[in-house]
Design a protein around this ligand. Structure first.
Ligand code: PEP
Ligand code: MN
Length: 347
């Protein structure tokens, strides 16, 4: 349920309610919007609780949240969440582009890619140092050495970095190097990992599980939010269907759907969403048209020689083409592409 505070309620009244909730064994999650201040009450609530809370000073009304997910719902927070990382704003009126290789392979490969995608207007650099791999015989990432390479790329280009964390054990380590933590599709329901990233102070990008419903996805987001970390963004990366021509079926409709249900930013990943480099650009355009707050695109200097996901990785030329094509679409749906605009202004 949510406690809606009266307009003009005092800081003391809010603090008293949070204290009272804590005494009763609940966690109160404060959301102070322009229009109203609400406190989300999470835990095993019971009907009498409504009567108790209604009597407290400063309370306007108590409203149940109808959805099973609570903190990620628009009922809890009507206004969009905007996440700020290294000068980049994710959510709101911007459309951010995250680009880079699937996996960190060598320093040269990452630096070359980072320079290229920055030159073309990407906002954030991606690259996996811990790679989830269907086969144990495939490349599984460079681990901490890979994180160090990402750190050097960030230093040189100024681009914030996102990389995947696969286990609760590595959360502190990845936080030392990365601006954003990525929870991959295979770990969307690794609840111990969600709890752990919920306790840290880094934004988290939660990818949709390959067989997850939208409701399950949002419940997973609630795990992170209820741990206290409010900087959560979602990423649609395709779901498993009977189709075999594509690696996954990119569920573009999930983007406007989730934006309706939730205040969290939603990004689209047409690289994993299709598995084919020649489908990445059209599906990137579709995702932007559908209202995505950002894109995640795999880019490699030589996709043919990539250790991972080469078939869905764009060359620098193809990435440049994608960037120039999505600009017009972003503008037509009222989105600004800040990195791209800076590049164009400097030309
Ligand atoms: C990735 O981003 O490289 C990745 C492994 O994605 P997903 O978890 O969506 O498969
Ligand atoms: Mn990949």
């Amino acid at each position: 349920m949510i406690v809606i505070m009266k307009k003009g309620s005092s800081g003391q009244e809010i603090a008293d309610i949070l204290d009272r909730l804590a005494q009763m064994g609940f966690t109160g999650h404060l959301s102070q919007g322009v229009e109203r201040t609400v406190i989300g009450v999470v835990g095993q609530t019971y009907p009498d609780l409504k009567d108790t809370l209604e009597l407290l000073p400063g309370v306007d009304e108590i409203v149940p949240i109808s959805k099973p997910y609570k903190l990620s719902s628009r009922e809890f927070q009507p206004a969009d969440t905007v996440i700020e990382v290294g000068g980049v704003r994710i959510g709101g009126d911007q459309m951010v582009v995250i680009a880079g290789p699937c996996a960190v392979e060598t320093e040269e490969q990452v630096l070359e890619t980072a320079r290229a995608v920055k030159r073309m207007g990407a906002d954030i650099l991606r690259g996996g140092a811990f790679k989830p791999s269907t086969s144990p015989y495939q490349f599984r990432g460079l681990g901490e050495d890979g994180l160090k390479i990402l750190g050097r790329a960030r230093e040189e280009t100024g681009l914030p970095v996102i990389t995947e964390v696969m286990t609760p054990r590595d959360v502190d380590l990845v936080c030392r190097y990365s601006d954003i933590l990525q929870v991959g599709a295979r770990n969307m329901q690794n609840f111990m990992l969600l709890d752990e990233v919920g306790k840290c102070d880094r934004p988290v990008m939660l990818k949709r599980g390959m067989a997850a419903t939208v409701q399950e996805w949002l419940l997973s987001a609630d795990y992170i939010l209820s741990g206290g970390n409010r900087q959560v963004m979602l990423c649609e990366r395709g779901i498993r269907t009977f189709e075999t021509y594509t690696r996954n079926t990119m569920d573009v409709s999930a983007i406007p759907l989730v934006k309706r249900l939730s205040h969290l930013p939603v990004l689209g990943d047409p690289s994993h969403g299709t598995g084919k480099w020649y489908l990445v650009q059209p599906m990137a355009m579709a995702a932007v048209a559908a209202g995505a707050d950002g894109l995640m695109i795999e880019v490699h200097p030589t996709p043919d020689a990539a250790l991972k996901d080469g078939s869905q990785s764009l060359t620098f030329d193809n990435f440049e083409q994608l960037m120039s094509q999505i600009g017009a679409i972003a503008a037509s749906v009222g989105r600004r592409m800040v990195g791209r605009a800076q590049v164009e202004a400097g030309r």
